[in-house]
Design a protein around this ligand. Structure first.
Ligand SMILES: Nc1nc2c(c(=O)[nH]1)N[C@H]1C(S)=C(S)[C@@H](COP(=O)(O)O)O[C@H]1N2
Ligand SMILES: [Mo]
Length: 380
């Protein structure tokens, strides 16, 4: 085990509580009220993240007794021409069904590494996944309901309840600018990997806008609001899912009006094979592999180093299966010396921006840590 040397490099040293969440094998529970759990890097090796390995991020208490036949989605807001309420059956029968692999990463993934410490779930590397979502396009539904020319934003409302139990308080009600909502991959999803959406992931309906912080993808979706202003629901203001508009020194208190909403997520990658801490034989080729993603952009290159960044080799990189899906990379490595080695991976997006080696821009809530991932291996 190399936990001591890689404590800051991911969930590598941590152990999962077996069976802590039914159906979620090997996830590490960070909080049980509300439930939040992340996935160790080596369990994210699949091209399509299985439901059993998809992280869980709840801000409140999921709704009880969800009856899909009684579920309603209402579309309205001041910039909606024809406010309409749909049953699940109406949504499914009225609009074409589409499926996309969409990567979803929590804005706070990597928070555990910020110093001074940022409050909130101490995610290491595992609040990310790329499953296959099926649903109807947001834009088809909005076209049906009519969008006024002054519309700028789409907000959501959900059926989960506030931890305080106060029914007046909304847990979270965020959204995206209209241009993001109208992309062909933005979905109102009812299936995950070909199965009905599981309860923990927002059954029976959720919004999915890939490449942006997971918080824009509202679960247990009850309402869409076509807004003539930036949506002002719960967790749109203050320091929630926002970062200083201009960089600040670590530990600075930042006034609300100097905070800006996070949009597309930055370029990032994971090493998903081998698992950190394994023993490998020296002198032979080993394939190191993982995934890389870059918000609204594609990844243009991934580089791997086994000598602490002194030299880098370019990995083989696959195209995404569709826009906003993560991309598989792999590289052969040979260790000629015995002992302790690290493998580092670093991705670059199509605009030439690479992952930093160290934690980037401190911010009050610890968002957007896209530092390079590293693992350790023992060479015998
Ligand atoms: N209604 C509702 N939607 C929500 C949340 C929530 O707490 N309530 N959490 C958001 C956040 S912060 C993230 S990262 C993703 C997590 O989705 P998952 O739990 O399906 O992985 O859901 C988003 N949608
Ligand atoms: Mo999140």
């Amino acid at each position: 085990m190399f936990a001591a040397s890689l404590l800051s490099a991911g969930v590598n040293g941590q152990t999962a509580t077996p069976g802590a969440i039914p159906g979620k094998e090997g996830l590490v529970v960070l909080n049980d009220r509300p439930l939040n759990a992340e996935t160790p890097a080596h369990l994210l090796d699949d091209d399509t993240t299985p439901i059993s390995r998809l992280f869980v991020r709840n801000n409140g208490t999921p709704p009880l007794d969800v009856d899909p036949t009684a579920w309603r989605l209402s579309v309205g807001g001041e910039s909606c021409v024809r406010p309409t309420t749909f049953s699940l059956a109406e949504l499914k029968s009225r609009f074409p069904h589409v499926s996309y692999h969409l990567q979803m990463e929590c804005g706070g993934n990597g928070r555990a590494e910020f110093r001074p410490r940022a409050p909130g779930n101490q995610w290491t590397t595992g609040a990310v996944g790329c499953p296959r979502w099926t649903g109807v396009r947001v834009r088809d539904v909005l076209a049906f309901c009519g969008v006024k020319t002054d519309a700028v934003y789409l907000g959501y409302a959900s059926a989960d309840t506030h931890l305080s139990g106060d029914p007046e308080k909304r847990v979270i009600s965020r959204g995206v600018p209209l241009h993001k909502a109208l992309e062909e991959e933005s979905l109102i999803a009812f299936e995950l990997n070909g199965e009905p959406l599981p309860h923990l992931h927002g059954a029976p309906l959720r919004l999915v806008c890939g490449g942006w912080p997971g918080s824009v993808s509202g679960k247990w979706l009850t309402e869409l609001l076509i807004r003539d202003r930036v949506h002002d629901g719960a967790k749109m203001g203050g320091s929630s899912y926002r970062v200083p508009c201009a960089p600040v020194a670590p530990g600075t208190q930042v006034a609300d009006d100097h905070m800006c909403i996070i949009e597309s997520m930055p370029v990032k990658s994971l090493i998903t094979f081998p698992r950190s801490g394994v023993s490998l034989t020296g002198g032979t080729r080993h394939i190191v592999r993982g995934h890389a993603w870059a918000g609204d952009q594609n990844v243009s290159a991934v580089h791997v180093s086994t000598d602490y960044g002194a030299t880098w080799q370019q990995a083989e990189l696959a195209q995404p299966v569709n826009r906003l899906a993560w991309q598989r990379w792999q590289a052969p490595v040979v260790f000629t010396q015995r002992g302790y080695h690290e493998v580092w991976a670093r991705a670059t997006d199509t605009q030439g921006r690479s992952q930093p080696m160290l934690v980037p821009g401190w911010n009050p809530k610890g968002y957007l840590n896209n530092a390079a991932h590293r693992i350790a291996v023992a060479v015998a």
